[in-house]
Design a protein around this ligand. Structure first.
Ligand code: HEC
Length: 473
């Protein structure tokens, strides 16, 4: 039996959002680090071949920005991701480590190589020959990109595990259906970010005149050209996404559709400005505009990551693990044995509950709902059920996967469901001092019927038969 771990409670912030927030900042910095390495190699080459007389000065200045931002903040947020993940979904991160431990180890090796090469360049490049500097930068860039290559395989596997579900073969999981579109897309995001940061950095180089700065900016802008491939890669990614996930982002879930549109609009704005202004017309871009474009790029990355994470729902690893760490094949059993039987952790603020049913309700909430909801805050269950009477709550929770198809089926007994309903009502009523216990057998029998009607399978398992196979494993 899998181990159970409690989810941390962040008050009004939903755990998924905390995880997403840390991850977005990290992804942004990490992709900048990858693109920065490639851009530095290019400029070092420009300097060595005499193609741009100011490239040498730029390399030194840009590397400082890269080191400060990507090494320090990137490493901190990288640790932050692990720290957050173990509080939000230890089961997910556990499965990722279990199935891909050698890949993680390899990735960490490349990360160390990246840090070592970067540090050596930082410390010694003024004393090194041009060729040695280029070699160090090339090692740095290759190591950074290889980290992306490896992480991308693991992250994309979460959404599209593909043939791995049948074969459990490492290569099948790693080179899964969304591996290539995702890797190529991220690589282009990386060069785009690096190029935009370059435009900002060049504007800080006060010792150069405007013509000199323009020549550097025009060079940096070449790294924006691959953006023309983004629409195609985006469509490729959409095409290999599971049909239900694609449905959420293309209208099924208003929030995700909105974020997808924001991401696309921001990318188009950057792309249009970059290609027409910087590449074709070779215009100058001032520090303020460059910073604005960079902020737009951050917005596009954030919205894009939100959509990618959100589209996995109700899974954190498709077919393998629901977002609330329940396995699809466990649902039927948990409806018999209860989801609290194997959860040894006490509830927080125990003294506040007027009776033990409410305490159990809080535990059921923590186990089944807390990763995607809060009690009072973002996506709060009290708000979402504000206008429902008790029976509507019972039915809609019993049929959770039909209420909203991106929620997993309810995985507990009728008694646990009733405890949850009472917990939500008591929370909505402002934590009253006294609260009646609700154990009417007829109510429980009705809940039981609703649970049976909904069944233990995820939504859409009829429309997408591949879901059924694995949920029944
Ligand atoms: C995989 C994440 C996830 C899990 C787990 C989850 N939910 Fe949800 N739930 C959502 C999302 C996303 C929404 C949509 C919110 C919106 O429409 O604004 C939602 C909506 C709801 C709604 C409103 C439905 C409607 O028709 O308006 C209720 C009620 C609800 N959830 C209750 C629960 C309860 C109770 C649990 C635990 C038994 C739970 N959810 C578990 C993600 C989840």
């Amino acid at each position: 039996m899998p181990d159970v771990y409690p989810i941390n409670d962040y008050g009004p912030l939903m755990p998924g959002l905390v995880m997403g927030g840390v991850a977005i900042v990290h992804v942004f910095l990490a992709q900048f680090a990858v693109g920065g390495g490639l851009l530095l190699c290019y400029f070092q080459w420009l300097a060595m071949t005499g193609r741009n007389p100011h490239a040498r000065l730029f390399v030194a200045g840009y590397f400082k920005a890269l080191v400060l931002i990507s090494f320090v903040l990137g490493a901190l947020t990288g640790v932050g991701i692990w720290f957050t993940a173990i509080q939000v979904s230890p089961a997910t991160i556990g499965a990722m480590v279990l199935h891909f431990h050698w890949l993680w180890a390899t990735e960490w090796t490349f990360f160390c190589l990246e840090i070592a090469a970067g540090y050596m360049f930082y410390r010694y490049h003024s004393r090194l020959s041009d060729r040695a500097s280029l070699a160090l930068l090339a090692v740095y860039a290759a190591a950074a990109w290889t980290s992306l290559f490896i992480i991308n395989g693991i992250i994309s596997w979460q959404l599209t595990p593909g043939a791995w579900l049948e074969t459990r073969n490492l290569a099948d999981g790693f080179f899964n259906p969304s591996f290539w579109p995702s890797l190529l897309f991220r690589t282009i995001v990386a060069t785009t970010l690096a190029s935009l940061v370059a435009c900002v950095v060049v504007n800080t180089m006060g010792q150069l005149d405007r013509e000199a700065r323009r020549s550097l900016i025009n060079r940096a802008a070449y790294l924006l050209i691959p953006m023309v491939l983004m629409p195609g890669l985006g469509l490729w990614f959409l095409a290999v996404m599971p049909a239900d996930s694609r449905g959420w982002v293309l209208g099924g879930s208003p929030a995700m559709t909105l974020f997808l549109n924001l991401s696309v609009a921001a990318s188009l704005a950057i792309g249009a400005y970059a290609l027409v202004g910087l590449v074709v017309r070779k215009l100058y871009i001032n520090g303020a505009t460059a910073t604005l474009l960079l902020m737009l790029a951050f917005g596009a990355t954030a919205a894009g990551e939100f959509v990618r994470e959100g589209a996995r729902k109700p899974y954190s690893i498709r077919h393998v693990l629901y977002s609330n760490a329940i396995r699809p094949e466990e649902v039927a059993r948990l409806r018999e044995t209860g989801c609290l039987a194997d959860d040894p952790y006490p509830v927080r603020r125990r003294g506040e509950f007027p009776n033990s049913q409410l305490e159990r309700g809080a535990l059921v909430y923590r186990r089944l709902c807390a990763v995607c909801h809060t009690v009072k805050g973002v996506n709060a269950v009290t708000d979402l059920m504000e206008h429902w009477d008790a029976d509507q709550m019972r039915m809609n929770i019993a049929k959770l996967q039909q209420t909203k198809p991106f929620m997993p089926p309810f995985a507990g007994t009728p008694q646990e469901l009733e405890a949850l309903v009472q917990f939500v009502r008591w929370s909505a009523a402002g934590h009253a001092q006294t609260w009646p216990v609700s154990d009417d057998p007829e109510t429980l029998a009705q809940i039981s019927k609703w649970l049976a009607e909904a069944g233990p399978l995820p939504a859409n398992s009829q429309r997408y038969p591949d879901l059924e196979v694995h949920a029944g494993e």
